[in-house]
Design a protein around this ligand. Structure first.
Ligand SMILES: Cc1cc2nc3c(=O)[nH]c(=O)nc-3n(C[C@H](O)[C@H](O)[C@H](O)COP(=O)(O)O)c2cc1C
Length: 190
């Protein structure tokens, strides 16, 4: 499809029963037809960022793969929990690796974020740290509506982890439609 928008989805949780991963599975049904979601390559095997590794053997393959996927995407959607009021360490480590590349892949890339947490604020505090990092990297950051899925255990089916909460579905749908418009405007140079 000529107007198709490839949106790379980076999930910040590595665990099997993740609510954030469950939210990523709900996205295709809530998105406008022009969005095609692509799951990001895993960053689970990435070494902790160390400039000595970078200098002696270059960037690890998972970092190169992630950077290539970001470059190839029309936009990037993060779906991630909050750990200790900030980004999960594994996700931050992945961002740190790709941020050291010459043609740093987040530069001028449309990015948006959603978060699920089992706490009441739904990852809000983490999102502001993420916005700071993305600002430094020169990404084009989508604004509102923001998606904070708090008390996640009550919003997904206990057995299947299917997203069941209607208001959450509605706001995610609104955000994805607005993100698609945001990407299109940027692509058109508006
Ligand atoms: C290391 C760690 C730190 C956490 N810190 C927070 C926090 O700051 N705020 C919050 O709302 N939940 C916090 N949680 C609870 C998460 O919201 C909960 O584990 C959630 O299910 C994680 O997302 P996931 O289901 O996608 O793995 C923390 C969990 C872990 C493991």
């Amino acid at each position: 499809m000529a107007d198709q928008l490839n949106v790379l989805v980076i999930c910040g949780s590595l665990r099997k029963g993740s609510y954030n991963a469950a939210l990523t599975r709900a996205l295709p049904d809530l998105a406008p037809p022009e969005i095609r979601f692509v799951a990001a390559p895993s960053f689970a095997a990435l070494a902790l960022y160390n400039a000595d590794i970078q200098e002696s053997s270059g960037f690890p393959k998972p970092a190169e793969d992630l950077a290539a996927a970001i470059r190839a995407a029309d936009g990037v959607l993060f779906v991630t929990p909050e750990y200790n009021w900030s980004m999960p360490g594994g996700l931050k480590n992945a961002i740190d690796w790709v941020s050291r590349m010459k043609d740093q892949p987040f530069k001028e890339k449309p990015v948006a974020i959603q978060s699920c947490s089992q706490g009441p604020l739904g990852g809000a505090r983490m999102q502001y740290h993420w916005r700071m990092s993305m600002t430094f990297l020169g990404a084009f950051i989508f604004g509102t509506p923001e998606i904070f899925v708090g008390n996640a255990a009550a919003k997904f089916d206990k057995a299947t982890l299917e997203l069941t909460d209607r208001p959450t579905k509605d706001i995610v749908k609104t955000q994805l439609a607005a993100f698609a418009k945001f990407i299109k405007r940027l692509k058109a140079g508006a």
